[in-house]
Ligand binder design. Structure first.
Ligand code: 0X9
Ligand code: CA
Ligand code: CA
Ligand code: ZN
Length: 490
């Protein structure tokens, strides 16, 4: 008995510093996904992991259990059903996180791409994270050391530390583009005509923390000064920052803490400053898990003025992705989804720059192993299906890049692009399909004909299934004959 007491005391001493950090008592639980629960949950600022199989999965801290009890929501314990990753298969060489990239592994691999493909790949150190790690961008284009008057597109991963797959998909895009540049004329065409910016890892401090200390870490590693750590980077952007306490939290210990002010974090400042210098025409921010494509607004369920265009592009991307592995990415407006968010990146990019902006939530589940995290074997297939959407969006920026605007001033270019988006009768898909001025460039190897209205329409009018839950998620059920492949198999 004495021994037990001694052991318990020792254990308490060891654990007590951790308690302050709020996560010692976290458990994964699930609750039934029904209107009643959704209504209640929306107000509770919980750390929602995903929706799956008609249940909502939550990482619940000590206080959350009281909240749930008070609202009379019954829940099932799930922690034991979840595995961080397939530990049995982690080889020493690939580190604690297996084939997923750590900060150092990503740095190594990005620099290797730059070394091997120095004519088209350039690694740019954009500044430091809070703990002093470099935040890297990989720029891919012809004449990559020049700033040319070309279309520009932006892909970013890992706002959220635990979302490891969201690092891999944008990184693999970079790798794919450089490795196929010489041999695939369509890839070459896109790389030549576009400046493709990729930031695979926006939150390196959080990622490292998630690898070494706590797999479910979400935020960055800001010391909030009250014993809690971390700001949710996807609540820290300035557009409608802190609008209410439902879409983000004012409490530092919350997993959706928005920070003391908009752009208070070096990681989001880096994005802000990059956008001020560039002329991005479209952006995708990678997250997981939900297997869904979301567009603004996230802060409200009111649609944007560009809802139709945003929805059409999302639908095209979804169709292209489904054609790869048959996996259906639903799509719709973020704010019409399970919960509202304010201070998110895509509301800011759309609200500030009026460009098509997407949150792409990668797939949820390692079905085979019943776990929450994707197996390492899933990285490649998930990338393969996402590649189609990425190439489509890159090409969209190329096709919609108005090279006629005074090339000497970025400002004017930006306003020109805004006009493009606004006035779809002059620019954009509709015009491109009809008007000569906006027809695909003569020397374009991209078979844009494949993507013109006829095929796209067959998606649109194909058996579209409405998913009832929130009334906004829509899916394409493409029949085989109409399946598009953006880059034909070689
Ligand atoms: O909450 C977020 O920041 C993102 N989801 S995640 O599970 N990866 O954390 C994006 C949320 C998208 N916006 C809305 N659903 N409103
Ligand atoms: Ca690794
Ligand atoms: Ca170029
Ligand atoms: Zn996320």
């Amino acid at each position: 008995m004495k021994k037990v007491i001694f052991f318990m005391t020792a254990l308490c001493l060891v654990l007590s510093p951790l308690k302050a950090q709020d996560y010692w008592n976290t458990e994964i639980i699930s609750v039934a996904k029904n209107q009643d629960n959704i209504k209640k949950l929306m107000k509770m600022n919980l750390d929602l992991l995903m929706e799956w199989n008609n249940r909502i999965y939550i990482i619940a801290g000590f206080n959350d259990f009281f909240k749930l009890q008070k609202e009379n929501i019954s829940f099932a314990p799930e922690t034991l059903n979840f595995y961080p990753y397939k530990q049995s298969e982690v080889s020493l060489q690939e580190g604690l996180n297996g084939r997923y990239h750590s900060y150092a592994e990503l740095e190594r691999d990005l620099l290797a791409l730059q070394d091997s493909y120095s004519n088209i790949a350039r690694v740019i150190d954009m500044g430091d994270s809070l703990e002093g790690r470099n935040i890297y961008a990989l720029k891919i284009s012809d004449n990559v050391y020049q700033d040319e008057q070309e279309a520009e597109v932006f892909f970013v991963g890992c706002h959220h530390a635990r979302e490891w797959i969201s690092v891999e998909v944008p990184f693999l895009l970079g790798k794919y583009l450089v490795e196929n540049y010489e041999t695939n004329s369509q890839v070459k065409d896109l790389v030549d005509k576009c400046e493709i910016w990729i930031v695979p890892l926006l939150n390196p401090d959080g990622l490292e923390y998630s690898i070494h200390f706590y797999r479910y870490w979400r935020k960055n590693r800001r010391d909030n000064g009250d014993g809690s750590f971390g700001v949710d980077l996807n609540r820290n952007y300035s557009y409608n920052w802190g609008l209410d306490n439902e879409g983000s939290s004012p409490f530092p210990s919350s997993n959706v803490y928005r920070g003391p002010s908009a752009f208070s974090e070096p990681e989001t400042q880096i994005i802000r400053d990059l956008f001020a210098q560039r002329n991005f025409q479209a952006v995708i921010s990678y997250h997981n898990y939900s297997q869904i494509i979301l567009y603004p607004w996230g802060y409200t369920n009111q649609p944007t003025s560009e809802a139709q265009l945003l929805d059409q592009i999302a639908g095209d991307m979804s169709g292209l992705m489904q054609a790869v592995n048959g996996k259906v990415y639903e799509y719709g407006q973020a704010g019409a989804d399970l919960y509202l968010t304010n201070g998110g990146m895509i509301d800011w990019t759309f609200g500030t720059y009026n460009i098509p902006s997407y949150t792409l939530e990668l797939p949820p589940i390692d079905e085979e192993h019943g776990g929450f995290f994707n197996a390492e074997e899933d990285i490649q297939p998930i990338f393969n299906e996402n590649l189609q959407a990425m190439l489509y969006l890159i090409d969209w920026t190329v096709q919609n890049f108005n090279s006629g605007i005074n090339p000497s001033t970025r400002r004017e270019r930006r306003y020109g692009l805004r006009a493009n988006l606004k006035d779809k009768n002059q620019f954009g898909r509709e015009a491109r399909d009809e008007g000569e001025d906006n027809a695909p460039m003569q020397n374009s190897k991209v078979k844009y004909n494949d993507l013109k209205t006829s095929n796209i329409n067959s998606y649109a009018t194909g058996s579209k299934s409405e998913i009832a839950d929130f009334g906004i998620k829509r899916t394409h059920t493409a029949n085989k004959a109409n399946r598009l492949q953006y880059i034909p198999e070689q």
